[in-house]
Design a protein around this ligand. Structure first.
Ligand code: NAD
Length: 472
């Protein structure tokens, strides 16, 4: 990575100079990322301020999740303190009241908007955020929690659901310069108990590059095991394609750090890097081209009777050219690696090798959402994966298997290092956080989707894009 502005941004002196000169180039705030394996109390030492509209039905779950993660709790409404104190005290965390004119800084602001069904009701979200956003800590988190659309909802209630997403996206842009994020969770009725692990994760430093996202928490996939917050993947077997470098390598490392035994798959010509990685993380190397006719059979053989719990379809290539000039072999190569191999391997794994309660995670791209000049082949293949996981999610819900896509934005890897300089700069800066992400950011999101706590998320495409303006 060679991001000069980000390097300057790490220096308080440079920040002061840029501020004093009022230069039109904002220095991006270096992100406060988490590293290493998940911990029991990732929010230890943080203060979370919670508030809600109407009955604030989800506030006990929200408070419990944040307190269990180690945060001290402040409540906006004194009338709710008594009930919520009991919840937080179960996790030995204090509860106090917050007044709008207080000067202390919260790291986390969570607003329960699940009780809002009317346009007038939306003002409560403004009233909660307006006096507090300015004193949100650097690298802070804003989470707005509403309901997923139900068939019985009025058109006005649905407008409210959409308004909350717009509010979170615009808030993300307003606070991005602080290295802070804002996201909107939509909880389906019946999925309330699946909210806590998702909320905890978006507030975790490991989700530093996930911002401006709507995330649906549903009861779609059948229930599986209880969420675990430390070594959540203990005893699981994962296979990661394209594991030799970049996002795949970081993913294999992250899954192994949470306890999974990882089969690291890459092409035979990447034997050295893949084998070294497998040794480093206590996994195994599997050297094959995912497009080879016998690839599915070889994968089944490598997994043996035990099968796999987690499949990460990460191997991907670009062969950029405008459609008018694109050679047929470049169309075919991209379709074969990015899409056809994913479908063939998944088809082979589904009957028996992928265990019930399993996880399918496909690497899509923001280019698949927005389309990109010179990437008709790539954008089509990555868009296809969004439709693919949506359909798989429905089909596999009774087996408690979830299927999701991750759409990275601009991530600092070999793939993006090859982009011409001016386009690369635009890719980094045109986002709420004003910088590129790291392979670890994507790997952390994949680990989360692979964990038992993500049972409520299926059929979704999660952007890990720093709030990229493209396709948003
Ligand atoms: P990378 O080029 O650094 O790594 C890709 C890996 O896939 C390589 O190790 C390569 O050997 C392997 N691979 C390619 N073809 C293969 C084949 N036929 N069989 C087996 N392995 C094969 O790429 P990356 O940037 O880490 O991207 C990983 C995934 O994320 C890709 O699917 C990519 O499209 C997607 N993505 C990346 C970005 C980004 O900004 N880097 C953005 C959006 C999406």
């Amino acid at each position: 990575m060679n991001d000069l502005l980000l390097m300057l941004g790490k220096s308080p002196a440079a920040r002061n100079v840029f501020g004093a000169l009022k230069l039109p180039i904002p220095l991006p705030e270096p992100l406060a990322r988490g590293d290493g394996a998940w911990t029991a109390r990732p929010l230890e030492g943080a203060t979370a301020l919670v508030g809600g509209a109407g009955a604030g039905e989800l506030l006990p779950i929200i408070t419990g999740a944040l307190a269990e993660a180690g945060a001290a709790i402040l409540v906006d409404d004194p009338a709710r303190v008594a009930t919520l104190r009991e919840v937080a005290q179960a996790h030995a965390r204090p509860v106090g009241t917050d007044s709008a004119d207080a000067t202390d800084r919260a790291q986390v602001l969570v607003f329960d908007a699940s009780g809002i069904d009317t346009v007038d009701g939306l003002r409560a979200a403004y009233e909660f955020l307006h006096p507090r956003l300015g004193r949100l800590a650097r690298a802070g988190r804003v989470v707005i929690i509403g309901r997923e659309r139900a068939a019985s909802d009025s058109a006005q209630a649905n407008a409210v659901r959409a308004a909350l997403v717009g509010l979170a996206k615009a808030t993300a842009k307003e606070i991005g310069a602080k290295g802070a994020t804002a996201n909107c969770l939509a909880v389906a009725r019946g999925a309330e108990l699946r909210l806590a692990p998702v909320l905890r994760w978006v507030c975790d430093p490991r989700a530093a590059f996930v911002t401006a996202q709507p995330i649906a928490v549903t009861a779609r996939a059948a229930a599986a095991g209880r969420p675990a917050y430390v070594r959540p993947l203990d005893g699981k077997v994962a296979i990661v394609t394209g594991a030799a470098r970049g996002i795949g390598r970081a993913t294999a490392q992250a899954l192994a750090a949470e306890g999974a035994r990882v089969v690291c798959l890459d092409r035979p010509e990447d034997s050295k890097d893949t084998s070294e990685l497998a040794r480093e993380i206590g996994g195994t190397a599997l050297l094959l081209d995912v497009t080879a006719p016998d690839a599915p059979a070889k994968i089944l053989e490598a997994l043996g009777d035990r099968g796999a719990d987690i499949v990460v379809h990460n191997a991907g290539i670009t062969r950029d050219q405008t459609l008018a000039r694109m050679k047929p072999e470049h169309w075919d190569a991209v379709m074969n690696v990015n899409l056809a191999a994913v479908v063939r391997i998944t088809d082979a794994l589904l009957p028996k090798a992928l265990r019930d309660g399993g996880r399918i995670i496909c690497l899509s791209s923001v280019s698949g959402i927005a389309g990109n000049v010179g990437q008709t082949n790539y954008s089509a293949s990555k868009a296809a994966l969004i439709g693919y996981v949506d359909a798989l999610a429905q089909q596999l819900a009774p087996r408690a298997i979830t299927a999701n896509a991750i759409a990275p934005g601009f991530i600092e890897t070999r793939m993006t290092a090859a982009i011409p300089m001016m386009i690369r700069e635009a890719g980094r800066r045109l986002s709420a956080l004003g910088q590129g992400g790291l392979p670890e950011d994507v790997a952390q999101a994949i680990s989360f989707l692979a964990s038992p706590g993500a049972q409520g998320i299926t059929g979704s495409t999660l952007r890990v894009c720093g709030g990229a303006l493209i396709g948003a």
